[in-house]
Ligand binder design. Structure first.
Ligand code: CAA
Length: 261
């Protein structure tokens, strides 16, 4: 697949997707969003890939939001459709049966914060900045910012960020639980790759089950979610990885997971 606005690289079990419009700080226009959708569909279809890293090209920005020049000429229907397109891709990411690490290497504003929220966790450089500045443009977040942000950091922080449009530094982003870990800029990608490799070495069935259960159990009653956990726990015992993991422990050796795809 030839992409024009993203870079797609695979190294062993790890795919790296880089949003590549550095002249406009990697702003998301409909073409980028479409290509992201194609790239994540390619990841889903490739049995060799176990983990994805999402980042932005250049050293200044992850994604500075949706493309304001492209949005400025949209009519209400086009704007609604663009929001749905962004929501469909972020939902595809959330539902992807493989973990996605956001490596936020600079500005993550508007759609940039929102797309990082659809990843499974966020690693950030010490230069990263987050925010939902849509209110300063007379609009609101349209890629899940009013929904995923509040679910991650709580309603009151989500309201402060969406209502003020303030850009926050990475220290505050970490304090409110938006970012998992912060690294000096040059150490961000090595750290993301190291964690991706660690996850890629685990069993596929248990990796997928963890992601699914944490995502889908979150918004349903606890007793229902716990039942789902028990079902998935049981299903892990159908995987060769369970036999390998437990045998390796008992035989005092490192497990080598080669389980089903
Ligand atoms: N859309 C289109 N172009 C953008 C852009 C965006 N979101 N963000 C930056 N650019 C462009 C600038 O227009 C500029 O282009 P030119 O060189 O042709 O003038 C180039 O990228 C560099 O940007 P700046 O000169 O502004 O760089 P800076 O360092 O002075 O400022 C910034 C950086 C604070 C990130 C600033 O660019 C900015 O505020 N960008 C907009 C952020 C924003 O409002 N994002 C939310 C968009 S709305 C949204 O995302 C809706 C949604 O949820 C669906």
């Amino acid at each position: 697949m030839a992409y024009e606005t993203i870079l797609y690289a695979v190294d062993g079990a790890i795919a790296t997707i880089t949003i590549n419009r550095p002249k406009v700080l990697n702003a998301l226009n409909p073409q980028v969003v479409a290509e992201l959708g194609q790239a994540f569909a390619a990841v889903a279809a490739d049995d060799e890939i176990k983990v994805v890293i999402l980042t932005g090209a250049g050293d200044k920005s992850f994604v500075a939001g949706a493309d304001i020049a492209a949005m400025s000429v949209m009519n209400p229907v086009e704007a609604r459709n663009f929001s749905r397109q962004l929501q469909e891709v972020t939902t595809l990411m959330e539902n992807l049966p493989k973990p996605i690490i956001a490596a936020v290497n600079g500005f993550a504003l508007g759609g940039g914060t929102e797309i990082s929220l659809a990843c499974d966790f966020i690693y950030a450089s010490d230069t990263a900045k987050f925010g939902q500045p849509e209110i300063n443009l007379g609009v609101i977040p349209g890629a899940g910012g009013t929904q995923r942000l509040s679910r991650l950091v709580g309603k009151n922080w989500a309201k402060e960020l969406c209502l003020t449009g303030d850009i926050i530094d990475v220290a505050l982003a970490k304090e409110i639980g938006l970012v998992n870990r912060v690294f000096p800029a040059e150490e961000l990608m090595p750290a993301a790759i190291k964690t991706a490799k660690k996850i890629a070495a685990k069993g596929r069935v248990s990796t997928r089950a963890c992601k699914d259960l944490i995502n889908f159990g979150f918004d349903i009653p606890l007793d229902h979610a716990l039942r789902l956990e028990a079902e998935s726990f049981g299903m892990c015992f159908a995987s060769p990885d369970q036999k390998e993991g437990m045998s390796a422990f008992l035989e005092k050796r490192k497990a080598e997971f080669k389980g089903s795809k």
